[in-house]
Design a protein around this ligand. Structure first.
Ligand SMILES: Nc1ncnc2c1ncn2[C@@H]1O[C@H](COP(=O)(O)OP(=O)(O)OP(=O)(O)O)[C@@H](O)[C@H]1O
Length: 271
């Protein structure tokens, strides 16, 4: 019997910018369908670099210098631009720290959302609008019709992130990448967005790889956690392994920094 390929498999990957020494070295992890991997680590440790490499969108000069990234068993280094266009935004999608800033400020949300749907499908304008409205409803953004006539800056940070999730989920991706999707939000909205992502992940069996600075968020939502420091993975494993049997001093320090409530550390109490 052949083993079914993991959704994502990253083997010994190192990534450099230009001619400089690699910024990220020897990264290994895997993700199954419907699993949530959360990447945590200090600023500059390489989290964004790793997540962007999975959608073939490293910033200028970035390239994989060693190792292999596989998506459903396919080595993505063999993909042409046309292959990437086929997968990006449909099968593999991404939400950013502030989804609104990734949108054109002078075009209405509706125009951009409908164009996004039509770019990846054969839908008519009116069918795309119906789909956009259903997606807005799915992420608890009611009054979608009115919202489609608004501009990105007219929405709150939380509404913009919900919109980002709706657009990213438009084609029910198998893999959703999220780069600090909650860090610009207040704590209550942060919790709502995390719940939303977890619900969609469960409902659609979408695998999620999310970057956050907040190990409390990782403890709450992750199946697996990867901790990065200075371009290297210093801890990786199931949520419980990393939280309760962490090997690196850095992870121990991160966990020590999590506030306690009535003497109980937050991560200890989350199921
Ligand atoms: N476009 C670039 N050109 C050159 N070096 C870069 C570029 N982007 C990132 N780097 C370098 O790669 C390393 C990792 O950066 P990266 O943005 O992936 O870290 P990060 O963990 O996501 O940080 P943050 O939490 O601050 O977003 C850093 O040393 C950074 O300076």
């Amino acid at each position: 019997m052949t083993r079914e390929a993991a959704l994502v498999e990253v083997n010994n990957v190192s990534i450099a910018y230009g001619e400089a020494a690699p910024s990220v070295t020897d990264v290994n992890f895997s993700l199954g369908e419907g699993e949530i991997l959360v990447i945590v680590g200090e600023s500059g440790s390489g989290k964004t670099t790793v997540i962007r490499s999975l959608i073939g969108c490293l910033s200028v000069g970035g390239h994989v210098v060693e190792g292999q990234i596989c998506y459903r068993g396919q080595d993505v280094s063999t993909w042409s631009d046309a292959d990437w266009r086929k997968y990006r935004g449909t099968d593999i999608s991404m939400i950013f720290q502030d989804s609104g800033s990734a949108m054109d400020p002078i075009q209405t949300i509706g125009k951009q959302f409908i164009a996004h749907i039509r770019r990846h499908s054969q839908m008519t304008k009116s069918d795309a609008e119906v789909k956009a409205l259903a997606l807005l409803d799915m992420v608890s953004l009611p009054a979608g019709k009115e919202l489609l006539h608004r501009y990105p800056f007219e929405l709150s940070g939380g509404q913009r992130q919900r919109l980002g999730i709706a657009m990213a989920m438009a084609f029910t991706p198998h893999l959703l990448l999220a780069d600090e999707p909650t860090s610009a939000l207040d704590v209550t909205t942060q919790a709502q967005i995390v719940e939303e992502l977890m619900r969609l992940c469960k409902q659609n069996k979408t695998g999620i790889i999310m970057v956050t600075h907040n190990i409390g968020v990782a403890a709450y939502m992750a199946d697996k956690i990867m901790v990065m420091q200075q371009g290297k993975v210093v801890d990786y494993g199931t949520r419980d392994d990393v939280l309760f049997k962490a090997h690196s001093t850095y992870t121990a320090q991160l966990l020590d920094a999590v506030p306690t409530l009535g003497g109980t550390r937050y991560v200890d109490t989350v199921e």
